[in-house]
Design a binder for this molecule. Sequence first.
Ligand code: NAD
Ligand code: UDP
Ligand code: UDP
Length: 321
Amino acid sequence: MRQRKRILVTGGAGFLGSHLCDKLISAKHDVLCVDNFYTGSKDNVRDLLNCPRFELMRHDITFPLYVEVDEIYNLACPASPVHYQYDPVQTTKTSVHGSINMLGLAKRVNAKILQASTSEVYGDPEVHPQDETYWGRVNPIGPRSCYDEGKRCAETLFFDYRRQHNLPIKVARIFNTYGPRMQINDGRVVSNFIVQALTGRPITIYGDGKQTRSFCYVDDLIDGFVRLMETGSEITGPINLGNPVEFTMMELAETVIELTASKSSIEFKPLPADDPKQRQPDISRARETLGWHPSIELREGLSRTIAYFDELLRTEGVDAV
Ligand code: NAD
Ligand code: UDP
Ligand code: UDP
């Protein structure tokens, strides 16, 4: 029988966090969801609020937190450039002070702790695809640095708590993930293109559209998280989690237009500063260590995401954008 655990999910009312809470609750665990609702919302965990094994706490992890848990998934951090650049000092604080607090908590209660790191630690990479041995090429003083360097420092803290205090840590480097409950207005490419297509507005391609990304559907990613958490203490990562199938932004735009049968035109806009030209995970380590690989193809995942946004636009209206 599966052991019932008390699990803390920071950032649990966000896009990934809410899907993780769903999965942990359906596996019959007790879940404490901690969120300051900066980019997340109660709506994302609405269906869990009546479950007695689920608890929602408004709290900012840059402040200490004293609770008793067996496992911690540390996801709290705004993830889209629009949001993390809005208050860059708070973004760095969330990754650095927030990680210190969650690591201090894990140390006190001897909990396993998993950090939601990011492919952004590789910056604009010179090697392709990126495996975990690559140290990255990150601008330390640009507009994306609050996020990239904050996440890099968080990784350093995780490994120092491991070396110094023998803490059972896990670091997952997440590549672009998409699915239902992405925020409608967070500027990320999948939500932008889908909402533009559904509302008949022009699809905005930044640059020439030849830059690439690899998109992982949320359910696949959450499965990888849980598998990583379940490994023995010798497994620390970092482990890349993402879908290695690579697309150009132009191909993505064309697929979204086709799946929504949209009449939207394509509009080219300037490329943002430090925008990586290509990104693709090497997931050999995840395959070998976790027996994990993504199984939901882009067209299938996009169709599910389109259905979510279609419903949202119907209920909340185009003004929600
Ligand atoms: P999200 O913005 O939907 O979720 C982040 C959550 O953290 C939100 O609910 C927000 O309110 C909360 N939060 C932010 N600062 C906080 C603080 N100081 N204290 C408490 N809560 C706070 O983003 P997401 O896409 O769900 O990302 C979750 C995690 O995964 C982030 O750490 C992000 O860096 C990482 N990640 C996501 C992706 C992706 O493609 N979605 C890729 C790489 C890494
Ligand atoms: N901390 C926390 N909850 C706990 C234990 C610690 O939030 O249950 C915070 C605490 O405020 C401290 C940080 O985690 O600032 C780091 O804790 P640690 O024990 O590693 O360092 P120290 O307390 O010695 O600075
Ligand atoms: N992008 C785009 N149009 C948009 C939003 C984003 O062409 O409306 C591009 C963006 O410049 C980047 C890619 O899509 O090259 C992925 O952007 P996103 O912000 O989703 O993720 P990240 O850059 O963090 O990987």
